[in-house]
Each structure stands twice: as structure tokens, then as C-alpha cells.
Design a protein around this ligand. Sequence first.
Ligand code: CP3
Length: 349
Amino acid sequence: MSDDYRFLKAARRESVDATPIWLMRQAGRYMAEYRALREKHSMLEVINTPELATEVTLQPINAFDLDAAIIFADILPILIGMGLDLEFVPGKGPQLNNPIRSAEDVTALATPSAQDNVPGTLAAISMVREELNGRVPLIGFSGAPFTLASYAIEGGGSKNYVDVKSFMWSEPRAWQLLMEKLTHVVTDYLIRQIEAGAQAVQIFDSWAGILSPGDYQRNVLHFNVRVAKAVARMGVPVIYFGTNMNGMLDLVSTIPVDVYGVDSGVPIDVAWNQLGGPDKVAVQGNIDPIVLHAPWNVVQQHVDDVLRRVGGRPGHIFNLGHGIHKETPVDNVKRLCEYVHEQTEVEPA
Ligand code: CP3
């Protein structure tokens, strides 16, 4: 049966033969195969060329015992078609050369469909599905409206998010319009990815935790609810992931998704209860990615703690609490995948 994968079953809180595992940013610089390909091609070239994106997506699947693939792309390229000049600057990270500075800039933003905006990623999804030939399911993803807004306004990564917070507070109408436009583009992007073959999707709200719960509730939460509701109609599991949001999991729990990604700042069972409990939702997480730099016995302790807290209850997808670090020792990644399976394997009845 096409839905009979550990990862999809766990997302639906069905029992599994072993706990599924995948890792956020599982394709990337910690792998020599990835670094070799990136020497020949720029980041945007890899993302926009289906053959290259497919090759990179499959690198970790071929190297490790992972239970899901995630399409190789980034959260930021959809901003290009909206009118923002995105560049991945080597050694520095993403940069938007014409960040939003005024209400007029927001009015000028386009809202193209994903077919026109990021056709390469949609084509790559179909290609990966063919190449995978049923080995593991494929996850699609998008940034959440707020996390995208923060890049669009800050122009890149930020230390204290002065620009995005100031804009949100001083330009409430423009903020509303910006979030409306992003909500529209993100929803369309996720739906098109599912149509192209994505069997689950994750919404990355990596920076929402910089807001106070009150600001998140007033200015951000309802847009996430709208994205989640519209995408849920497609009938595939939806995952919402944020970091530093452990003081507002009650708010997060009102976003109607199947799975909540939990960072390493909270014991997974504590978060699970706050999100509605094992009878209502699935959880994904949550060891600190930097733990993979530690000696193996320390990695084991962290994994054991998560598995003990989950206690074999259905609805757990093993993952890191955030994206894998670029200098992670590959051997620990390999052992991690094998160890999670070994420790959770259920004998067939
Ligand atoms: O998970 C996967 O394997 C799919 C690929 C993926 C990438 N970015 C590839 C990438 C995913 C899911 C993302 C999401 C993403 N991108 C997020 C949300 C996840 C998170 O970690 O919070 C964010 C905030 C971005 C924006 C972004 N893109 C940043 C901040 C950076 C630079 C940071 C860094 O690690 O250098 C990127 C570049 C980027 N995206 C790389 C990769 C593999 C590194 C590119 C390279 O130099 O080769």
C-alpha cells in the first residue's frame, strides 16, 4: 500500500514496526558528496535544476537508514518571484539585496503561482518520486509567513530582529498586507508541491520564537492557521516546526496540523502534553543537533532519554530539534539512524 510507510503512519499516530527518523537539513555540507557537487554548481543552480536537486535529495537516503526524503530546496527562493533579489553569498549565507523598507515596497510585491515562480522545485519533486520508486516517502516544505517576512525585511539573518519587529509594530496595515501576500504564496506553494508528489509537507517557522507570545498571537498565529487549514484539504500530513516556542505551545497547538516539530529546549513528553497529548497529535524531535558532535555514548544518552519519554506511544517521528550542523561527523549520523531503529523495533506478531 502506498501509504504504508513508517513515517506516514507515525504522522497519523498509527503503530509502527520501528520509530521513523529523518533529519532536518539532512542533505548538506556535512556530506562530502554534497560539498563535491556544490564546488561545481551554485546553491540556486542546484535548487533550480531538477537533476541536481534530485541527486542531492537522494544523497542522504543512499548513505543512511532514513525513513523519509526531503526535497532539496530552500525556504527563500519563493521570494525571488515576489520581487526580492536573493543571493546565497558563499561563507555568509542568504542575502536579500532590496529588503522591504516601506509600505510601498509591500504593495509592489507580486504573488506569482509556484508553477511560474519555482518550477524547478516542482519538477524536482516529481523526479525524486520517480527515482525513489517507493523506497521512502518524500517531504515538501515551505517557510512560514513570519519567517519569510523576517528575511524579507531584515535582508538576511539577524541578531535581534529590530527591523522586522519595528515594521510589524509601526506599519500595521502594511504588515497585514505582507502577511496576506506571503500566506497566499506559501499556501499555493505547498499545495503545488503535494500535487507534484510530496507525500507530507513541513512548514518551517524557524524564527517565530523571537516574538513574545502576545505578539505571536496578535500578528502571526492566524496566518499559520490559514495555511494549515488550506493545506489540510490535500489529505497529506502537515508538520509545523518552530524553535524557541516552548513558552507558547498552547498557541502553537491551535494551528491545525498533524505533527508538531519540537526543538531541544523542552522534554518531548512535556511538549507533547502541552500540544494536546498522544491521543490527539504526533510529535517530531528533538535532540540538540550539536549532540552529534559528542562521543557516541553521549549521543546514545540523549536518544535514550527521548525514547524513554515517548515510551513507545504511537505518533513519534525521531528528528533533531533543529537543522543538522554543517560539521557533523557523518559516522554519528549513520549510527543514529541505526540506533533509533534498533531501540524501537517491534517483533512482528
Ligand atoms: O532539509 C533538507 O535537506 C532540505 C534542504 C533545506 C535547506 N534549507 C538547504 C540549505 C531546508 C529544509 C532549508 C530550510 C531553511 N532555509 C530554513 C528553515 C530551517 C532552519 O534550519 O531553521 C531557513 C531559516 C533557511 C534559510 C537559509 N538557507 C539559511 C539561514 C542558510 C544559510 C545557513 C547555513 O547553514 O549556511 C541557507 C542556505 C542553505 N539552505 C544551505 C542548505 C544545504 C547551505 C548552502 C550551502 O552553502 O551549500
